[in-house]
Write a protein that binds this ligand. Sequence first.
Ligand code: DMJ
Length: 527
Amino acid sequence: MFYHGFNKYMNHAFPKDELNPLKCSGRGSDKTNPNNIIINDVLGDYSLTLIDSLDSFVVFNDKAGFESAIRNVIKHVSFNVNSKVQVFEANIRVLGGLLSGHLFATDPRFGFKIDGYNNELLELAYDLGQRLLPAFQNSKTGIPYPRVNLRYGVPKSETRETCTAGAGTLILEFGVLSRLMNDTKFENVARRALFSIWNRRTDLDLVGNVIDIQTGQWIHTAASTGAGIDSFYEYLLKAYVLFGESEYLHIFNEAYSAVLRYIRDETGYLYRNVNILNGGLMSAWVDSLSAYFPGLQVLAGDLDNAIKSHLFYYNIWRKYRALPERFNFHLRNVEIASYPLRPEFIESTYFLYRATKDPFYLHVGEMVLEDLQSYARVECGFASVKDVLTKKLEGRMESFALSETFKYLYLLFDTENVFNKLDDNFVFTTEAHIFPLTAQYWKKTWKHKDNFTCSAYKNPKKLASSILERPDADIARELVGFEELSLPFLDPYGYCEAPQADPLILDVSYGEAPDSDGQLVIHVQYR
Ligand code: DMJ
């Protein structure tokens, strides 16, 4: 359905960065106001949407569209532009898009190999990678500056404050670029940045939201699974999946345990902002970016927690027919009302459907699709929602709508899609770029020592077939303050079973004898 007219939207977005779906025109960076970071962090005058959606053509099985998009990129894109962009955004959307496009243009297994293609996208990716490197050059910690001018490097006045996700979401793209080019420098700087962040974790194994790249001091000390940190967790696990290096998995496991222990609340449905030093609550909202987390939990094999956290966002969506940027779980209302067609909730829905095959998730996808069709679809594409309460629209269709939101929706329903059947070493990046990395690019030292398998999903109730029939399914509805019952067919008043997260268990033991100061020694260990 949404694929119909895809090429039409692409033509509008090309050669500018992004489509204004209300005006049917393209938009590039805001040269009139260089401080407009909402626009200029992302739009670099480099045909952003075109590059970001290259592998969507592969998912939508459109070979002609893929070829023509690749040829347009080769013909028109240059990174020798006077654009100051965010390293994070340029990496996930542009570098990731180019690398994925290159992999499909060269790998015969998918049927998208392009005759006469001569690695031009890889050359563009290499050029972009080089232009991002100045962000790392004068950093004492190895954590990159958040922004770089693609022509002139890091401006002297550039801020030293960066968010954790900004610095910790580079390793997949930089690692793949290094391996394809046989040039280790990209992977090295990205790895150093990631470790540099992790090495500054607190005693609770939590990382903060914003850090000073020169001093390594945390500036904003809230830990969460949402904005500013989200894809840091994602890249730890996916770096392990793609590159097979156990170190990433070990760090992920430690980081994930701390998330469950301190960020997850006692109901087990809600993941909050807590202080990295003491685990104390720092705010009463969740953001829409954190809705990707259940998908990551699926990848980590933690289906029970994934199902629960997804139910929380599901009920917010039901309440507003969209996910507001911020939802206040204390007041149970909207704190920031926009919904810029973000993918995260749909991404999690997709991963949960793949893992459980519970038709409930198809129902969720259908709900999302119908909602988007009903209020966001306009003549030239889909428009961002300025206010989920009024459904007033604004003239932006961010590049991730085509790269992620519609890709995951499509994959949810297209059960025969090649990527739903692929038994291979591949990941979806945080921008949903697909990286199938063949063995020739694995490090020779990688011996496939780990042989982890996750247990298959077991439906907890023999007679009931769907997640919505779990006795605790209505808890999340209560938590978001949504009036409509989830389970009217079971009980007109709803039925709640008291929620319980796994208890935090402390082992306490006493030393056998007082120490030299005459004090009794007590050992405390978390389990
Ligand atoms: C995307 O660009 C990526 O998913 C990123 O990790 C977070 N934000 C947007 C979509 O919401």
